[in-house]
Design a protein around this ligand. Structure first.
Ligand code: GSH
Length: 210
């Protein structure tokens, strides 16, 4: 195997790995994807647990390094890039970037993840009755500021495309899978992101969903 190549371990279906995939393309790194099916125990094998003891994907390996946590991976890819930067450095713009990412990570993603565990991933988790409905209600409420940010600027953290857009594309796609409605300005935003040269066609939100 080419040691310089990044290897992305991902589920066989839509997941957080899409964030990493898009970032790899944006930065122009060579990579290959290894698909693992959690419902067949493929993320809990001895071999995989030696890479990530939490038994979670995505993980990214590179030159003998094992990287975990999708957002941290994105930021690492940005740090090592010498040709392109997708995190603002000017303090106000950097704050806006961090604000939106931290908001997604604390106020939206946890509820989507719990909803997921009480729906498609129910075979792996056990939640009390009603959890799914309550979690989705919380996503619907907490996603409102996101629609306002999208209304206010062409990209989620301001005038420039950043890693936050990669993150929010996946969060919005995920929430759409749970029937969270997307306002028209957000539909335009998604199309703007999809028209980027490095947008990975395989993560496109189906048009009929919009
Ligand atoms: N915070 C982690 C979450 C990773 C995670 O939970 N990944 C899911 C798939 S998107 C997973 O591996 N689930 C397997 C399981 O829960 O056993 C990240 O952002 O990378």
């Amino acid at each position: 195997m080419d040691r310089n190549k990044f290897v992305l371990y991902a589920y066989p279906f839509r997941t957080r790995a899409e964030r990493v995939l898009w970032a790899l393309k944006e930065f122009g790194y060579p990579y290959e994807v290894v698909r693992l099916d959690p419902f067949k125990g493929e993320t809990k094998t001895k071999e995989f647990l030696s890479l990530n003891p939490s038994g979670k994907v995505p993980i990214l390996t590179h030159n003998g390094e094992v990287l975990t946590e999708s957002l941290a991976i994105l930021e690492y890819l940005n740090d090592i890039s010498t040709s392109k930067k997708l995190i603002p450095t000017e303090s106000k713009a950097a704050y806006k970037y961090r604000k939106v990412v931290h908001y997604g990570l604390t106020e939206i993603e946890p509820y989507l993840w719990v909803a997921e565990q009480d729906s498609r991933s129910r075979a792996l988790y056990t939640w009390p009755k009603g959890t799914y409905k309550d979690a989705i209600a919380q996503v619907r409420e907490n996603i409102k500021p996101v629609w306002e940010w999208i209304n206010a600027s062409p990209y989620i953290a301001g005038d420039q495309f950043t890693l936050a857009d990669i993150y929010f594309y996946q969060l919005i796609a995920w929430s759409k899978e749970h029937q969270i409605e997307t306002p028209s300005a957000a539909k335009e935003y998604l199309k703007r992101l999809e028209s980027r040269a490095n947008f990975p066609a395989e993560i496109l939100i189906q048009r009929e969903d919009l």
